[in-house]
Design a protein around this ligand. Sequence first.
Ligand code: NAD
Ligand code: TYD
Length: 339
Amino acid sequence: MRLLVTGGLGFIGSNFILHTLNTYEDLSIVNLDLITYAGNFENLKEAEAFGSRYKFIRGDIADRKLVSEIVSTIPDAVVNFAAESHVDRSILDASAFLKTNIIGTQVLMDCCRDRKISRFVQISTDEVYGSLGPSDPPFTEANDLKPNSPYSASKASADLLARAYFKTFGMDVVITRCSNNYGPLQFPEKLIPLMITNAIQDKELPLYGDGMNVRDWIHVLDHCRAIDMVLRKGKSGEIYNIGGSCEYPNIDIVRLILSKLQKPFSLINYVQDRPGHDRRYAINANKLTDELGWTPSINFEDGIDQTIKWYIENEPWWRRIKTGEYLTYYEKWYGGLRT
Ligand code: NAD
Ligand code: TYD
């Protein structure tokens, strides 16, 4: 299989590329990534060992000429991870979210439709469903879309476009909606890596509001295995929820991290809440389990231990991000921009 992966220098995309290249000898991947602040060339240094099975192209999924050229020559299937992904940034300025998450997805799907690409996997999120009350049942694929942040609204828009391309053009599209991921290579602006790295540095841990917002955590490798399964066996036009059935309020996560790092709870700093902050997410992934046989394999206790260990052992990786040095590595190693 020849796969086009977009956004593969980010957290989940890079884990997915390494996981699938290691799993399938007959797989080759082209990674199209714009290298925004979230794209880290260091994440896939290891992929170079796969020689011609891995190729990187710097570019924008909203660049129709470039995407059309790539799609005409390379893939059997496309997995679209490329996105602006951080809620807080979308509150500050939603422009890039609309451009990449909506227009970018449209351009990519147009090119895939025109070239009759056999499968298009749209990586979406549970955040498109909005927020749950404390005793509501977890989201199923039948829940209405009620996004509350500019980020989730842009992802929901892309989901609706993907549905429309399936209905209108008969394009082979599948959508995945996953809960909050954690694991190696996550950019330290998201809750878990931010709190681990701040704790190591004895910096304050900024906890929004009352710290009682609930997220449903899944290890990134379990997410990657689920995506691979949907790519290969998912039914065209379907949506698949992915989740770890692992709900925790943020305060519990932060206390757990501090305890494991033997740092004092006094580092926790309750700060002003995020505007429109979704109270609770929880995912029902029964459809994926019943139809495709997927189950998560990494329990949270083990996963968080491994993740903390990874951040301790890879301190230069996140320190280079926190200082901004990581932004220079593409130029250094790749020898200039692709025009
Ligand atoms: P990330 O922010 O770590 O990475 C995004 C990647 O996309 C970066 O490498 C960036 O350079 C690239 N990119 C951004 N704009 C681009 C463009 N216009 N063209 C090409 N590349 C571009 O994000 P992530 O956490 O790895 O998330 C990947 C996908 O998974 C996103 O679509 C996100 O909505 C979805 N998702 C994330 C989570 C989570 O917990 N992180 C959960 C569910 C779904
Ligand atoms: P985040 O990692 O940004 O993911 P999302 O908002 O997409 O779920 O945040 C996870 C939770 O942690 C969310 O409830 C907001 C909260 N949070 C904090 O309390 N402090 C922080 O500094 C960050 C980044 C998040």
